[in-house]
Write a protein that binds this ligand. Structure first.
Ligand code: DX5
Ligand code: ZN
Length: 219
């Protein structure tokens, strides 16, 4: 399977979002990554339901929503109604994990679980048969533009091995500090899906940058 590239619009020019969404579409990237922060689970507030509705209005791309909020269950319906195609939430949120996965699935979209850099990956093991995405954070959630934490790749290798052995259909996603160099490290560790904000949106030619990441997997 070729690598999935998911540009994070946290790094887009929000005063000209339509232009940046077109750049993403024309780059050959696969999904739009939509970071939702509530100012409580993380020390930042990003954007939410009205912005997602606006994005959905101008693109048919798959929208991968990353919840960095304390109460994911409360907002599943609103984000599905606004156009989310997948919701990935943190195991560190104050939530019943299985019920939240079931709730997301009951709305007909994909569900994912994510862990912060210092959270042991073992916590997701019981849920691997039930989710479509495991996101291993390679930076502390909250802000774009941080440095890639190499040690988190051990968790990618371990969880990918279990998924492969047990033949689960779940993909492994890595988010934070992904550029042309760290993309290779994440792919070598077993990542199927790379989220990238700063690197892709700051590149002069997003298409080149996306295709360079895709070529790593094919080499
Ligand atoms: C961080 C977000 C990331 C972020 C990635 O909390 O979850 O999706 O936008 O941005 P870069 O690629 O700049 O690290
Ligand atoms: Zn994210």
């Amino acid at each position: 399977m070729s690598i999935i590239v998911s540009p994070s619009i946290l790094s887009a020019d929000l005063s000209d979002l339509k232009t940046d969404i077109r750049r993403v579409e024309e780059s050959g990237a696969d999904r739009i990554h939509f970071d939702v922060m509530d100012g409580v689970f993380v020390n930042n507030i990003s954007f939410g339901i009205p912005v997602l509705k606006s994005v959905k209005k101008i693109t048919d791309m798959f929208i991968d929503v990353h919840f960095m909020i304390i109460d994911p269950m409360k907002y599943v319906d609103a984000f599905v109604d606004a156009g989310a195609d997948m919701i990935t939430f943190h195991v560190e949120s104050d939530v019943d994990i299985k019920s939240t996965i079931d709730k997301i699935h009951s709305r007909g979209i994909k569900a994912g679980l994510t862990v912060k850099p210092n959270t042991p990956i073992e916590i997701v093991y019981d849920y691997l048969p039930f989710v479509e995405n495991i996101l291993v954070m390679s930076v502390e959630p909250g802000f774009g533009g941080q440095g890639f934490i190499h040690e988190t790749m051990e968790k990618v290798s371990v969880v990918k091995k279990i998924i492969t052995e047990k033949r689960y259909s779940c993909l492994v996603q890595v988010d934070g500090g992904i550029n042309d160099v760290t993309a290779k490290i994440a792919i070598d560790a077993g990542a199927d899906d790379l989220v990238s904000g700063t690197y892709l949106f700051k590149s002069d030619d997003m298409k080149n940058a996306v295709q360079a990441i895709k070529l790593i997997k094919e080499c």
